[in-house]
Design a protein around this ligand. Sequence first.
Ligand code: NI
Length: 277
Amino acid sequence: MSRINNRWFEHKSWLKRHKGLTVGLFVITILLFVAIFGHIYREQVLSVLGIEKTVEAEKPNVQEEMPVSEEEPTIDPKKPMIALTFDDGPSKHTKKLLNTLQENEAKATFFVVGENVERYPKIIKKVEKIGCEIGNHTYSHPNLTKLKPEKIKSQIRRTSNAVKDVLGHATYLVRPTYGAVNKTVVKNVQYPLIQWSVDTTDWQKKNAKAVEKYILKHAKDGDVILLHDIHATTVEAMETVIPKLKKKGFQLVTVSELAEARGVTLKDGKQYFSFQK
Ligand code: NI
């Protein structure tokens, strides 16, 4: 009896001596319990506190971000890649081409004409939405080498502004009309001039099979391919060309992506034809 009492007194006196520690341990236990309980029953607790809406509002943001990262497959700089470029549009055929690109997770660059940007603003939005690039192909497609400096500048500026009105940002890359460049053009365009290394002459062929055959025969790593999305036959050709190029192991990228992957910093007033290794 006395032993038990003694032990009890010993225990009690230990508690007294370590009062601070005891209280501390008790508080930590309570906090841990609250934290675990709160975590397990998080939604119920939040709904009781009336902040359910905040939680719901956060969810769509997370979901919105997910597909974007999934949609952008990373470019492997060691693997072969090609930049398909489409001039003179957008046109009534461009939407179909964008669907083909999207279905195949392929990218391309559209060198647009300002007049057509104003006619097809929705297409311009979609071009950017699916990760494609928009370049400048003048406002009304004149031969820039036949224009005075002021006219050259306004041809570039008007298209850049038309794109800015739709997307909120200006264009950067320029494809000179007819690939025609002289000193006056270089001096007054003041942006990187993107030419091409494979001319499909799709505008002349106007035959989907012939365009397909030409690209599959000539396209190689680092090439910039010239096409025009104002022709139904070109858009039709892309339905087979794009999956076939991918099957051959080519990554289909924008001009900027191709330049970056090859370590090329695009400079204003300089011409680029291809980006081979
Ligand atoms: Ni053109």
